[in-house]
Design a protein around this ligand. Structure first.
Ligand code: NDP
Length: 340
């Protein structure tokens, strides 16, 4: 896909329907189609553009090469009252989580916490859609995903970690949930690819070239180079913890074990995901959401520019009024992919 500036607006439902036709054409089941189209259109609507329509060629390539099973039916096992294991059977992560919805609800009702360990799954999107809905129901959720090794550990020269994102969501009294969603690399890989498309240099310290030397050239980082973890050795240790929770605890594979084999062109890393959902009221604190609100107000009073997630919510609000901004060429490209 090329990089163009937006020059028109598309309604969410219209975009979702084009994306659904693309997914269906490339072999996803009706259920998987609906979940992925909603997710991808939602990312575009919220301005999470590194995980919106920009990802469509990657989805298509991974489906076409048979690297991912678009019709996979996840295997869900309730191991203990609060521990749920999912074998996504080489399908996408989001439909697997959706399939476990009842088991998650039962665990929270019974124990106040659900730990969901997913393996053999492909996560190719932003993580906020996985946690925000729980916070809208008054629950707190945190999730971790590993991926394809393209991040060097602190001081290292060869990639070991994925960009290993973490997302956290909590209810806030009288406001939208507070949602933090970030890679543990300095920059998400999709952002590097957007820089490459626009031929824009990366900030100093973002990554290394194929020899492990520092580079601000997005093409060099993508062509055998790698990203750095954020925050020096401390961020590197957080990437390590994500790797273990998402890749090892789930029974999945570590990022450096990802091997695309003969599926040349496939892009979705086969990863693991750990999700923990907690009912705050079980801590005996029925005023939790109010306490979060107090802290959020204090952050703004202290001079923090904005809360995490606020940019997305503003984009969502604007899109509901005016539609989702998009380049006409991009819309035509999607319509061509959809065969319309
Ligand atoms: P960003 O650095 O853009 O943002 C990280 C978080 O910080 C967001 O919650 C963002 O809120 C918040 N934030 C940004 N600026 C400010 C500010 N000035 N004040 C307060 N909060 C702020 O995200 P990344 O580039 O690290 O990640 C982008 C996306 O890539 C994520 O959605 C992530 O899930 C996804 N990703 C997915 C992977 C996968 O394997 N599926 C791998 C790696 C990343 P806001 O959203 O409102 O801007």
């Amino acid at each position: 896909m090329t990089y163009e500036l937006p020059d028109l607006h598309v309604k969410f439902d219209d975009l979702k329907s084009i994306l659904a036709r693309i997914f269906l054409k490339h072999g996803t089941s009706a259920l998987v189609t609906d979940i992925l189209a909603e997710n991808c259109a939602g990312c575009e609507r919220d301005g999470a553009i590194s995980h919106g329509i920009f990802r469509i060629p990657g989805y298509m390539a991974s489906l076409d090469t048979g690297w991912v099973d678009g019709k996979a039916k996840p295997d869900i096992s309730v191991i203990s009252p609060s521990f749920i294991r999912i074998d996504a059977r080489n399908g996408f992560a989001q439909p697997s989580l959706a399939a476990a919805a009842d088991a998650i609800d039962d665990a929270i009702k019974e124990t106040g916490i659900a730990v969901v360990a997913t393996r053999n799954s492909h996560h190719f999107s932003a993580l906020w859609p996985d946690v925000e809905p729980f916070a809208r129901r008054g629950l707190m959720a945190i999730t971790f995903v590993n991926g394809l090794a393209n991040v060097v550990p602190h001081g290292g020269r060869a990639p070991v970690y994925g960009t290993n994102p973490i997302a956290f969501a909590t209810p806030v009294a009288g406001a939208n949930p507070l949602v933090v969603d970030q890679a543990t690399s300095v920059m998400a890989n999709g952002e590097v690819r957007l820089h490459a498309l626009a031929n824009r240099s990366l900030p100093e310290g973002t990554g290394v070239d194929h020899n492990g030397n520092p580079s601000t050239d997005p093409h060099a980082v993508l062509a055998g180079g790698a990203l750095n973890t954020f925050g020096g050795y401390k961020g590197s240790s957080i990437a390590l913890m994500v790797e273990l929770m998402a890749g090892a605890l789930t029974g999945g594979q570590l990022s450096f074990e990802n091997d695309f084999g003969d599926c040349i062109g496939a892009q979705t890393p086969k990863a693991g995901q750990l999700l923990i959902v907690i009912d705050p009221e079980r801590g005996g604190n029925s005023g939790f959401a109010e306490r979060v609100s107090v802290l959020c107000d204090r952050l703004i009073d202290a001079g923090q520019e904005r809360l995490p997630g606020a940019r997305r919510y503003e984009n969502r609000r604007q899109s509901s009024l005016f539609g989702i901004p998009m380049a006409e060429a991009k819309l035509l490209e999607l319509q061509t992919f959809a065969g319309s």
